[in-house]
Write a protein that binds this ligand. Structure first.
Ligand SMILES: C[S@@+](CC[C@H](N)C(=O)[O-])C[C@H]1O[C@@H](n2cnc3c(N)ncnc32)[C@H](O)[C@@H]1O
Length: 196
């Protein structure tokens, strides 16, 4: 759809995802507040990495569960180990495929994708799987670095414009709801699965 796909960030980048400065650079605390404000019991973090968002989400969703999907077993091993260390029993690691997030059908209230969509080698198939996994009325929260902003100093392939993200996600059958620009460097795009 007119976009060049980036390479996957290898598991050796795990420490970078957990860097101390991330909260200030990306205001991940604001994103977490936003996620906690959504009405959700079953959530899925696709491209979960080390669980930077999945673990705090699981801590707060005491009666819900977090499905953490990744294609790299090494990332899932880190997620599993960290969840066990904290005694979190509501984190479910899922070994995804490059073209299938392997979500349960029509079971997920909110899907989160942070800095991962631009890496999906099969974005259309991944989105088909995400749409299948969302319950009717369920939401996708897509977070990507803003390509329109020259002051976001990230490689071009690791950024997306709002227009491109909407084009690709709507083509998969979700409705765009809003773009929340409360983060310093990233778009937060919210989409919904039609109720019928
Ligand atoms: C840059 S990391 C971001 C990790 C996490 N979302 C965060 O913000 O800390 C991108 C992750 O997406 C994963 N990924 C790439 N393609 C994927 C796919 N098709 N399905 C699931 N995960 C994928 C990579 O393995 C990597 O762990």
């Amino acid at each position: 759809m007119g976009r060049e796909i980036s390479q996957v960030m290898g598991h050796l980048g795990a420490e970078w995802l957990e860097r101390d400065t991330r909260v200030q650079e990306e205001r991940t605390d604001l994103l977490m507040d936003f996620l906690l404000g959504l009405d959700a019991t079953v959530v899925a973090d696709i491209g979960v990495g080390t669980g930077y968002f999945a673990l705090p989400w699981a801590r707060r969703l005491s009666r819900g569960r977090v499905l953490g999907v990744d294609i790299q077993p090494e990332m899932l091993a880190i997620l599993t180990e960290r969840a066990a260390e904290e005694g979190l029993e509501n984190v479910e690691p899922i070994q995804g495929a490059i073209d299938d997030p392997k979500l349960p059908v029509a079971a997920v209230d909110v899907v989160l994708i942070v800095d991962a969509y631009h890496e999906f080698s099969h974005p259309r198939e991944m989105m088909e799987g995400i749409v299948r996994g969302l319950r009717p009325g369920g939401r996708l929260v897509l977070v990507e670095y803003r390509s329109e902003d020259p002051f976001v100093f990230i490689k071009d392939l690791h950024k997306m414009t709002e227009a491109q993200a909407i084009l690709e996600v709507e083509a998969a059958g979700l409705d765009w709801v809003s773009t929340e620009d409360f983060l310093p460097q990233q778009h937060v795009l919210v989409f919904e699965k039609p109720a019928t």
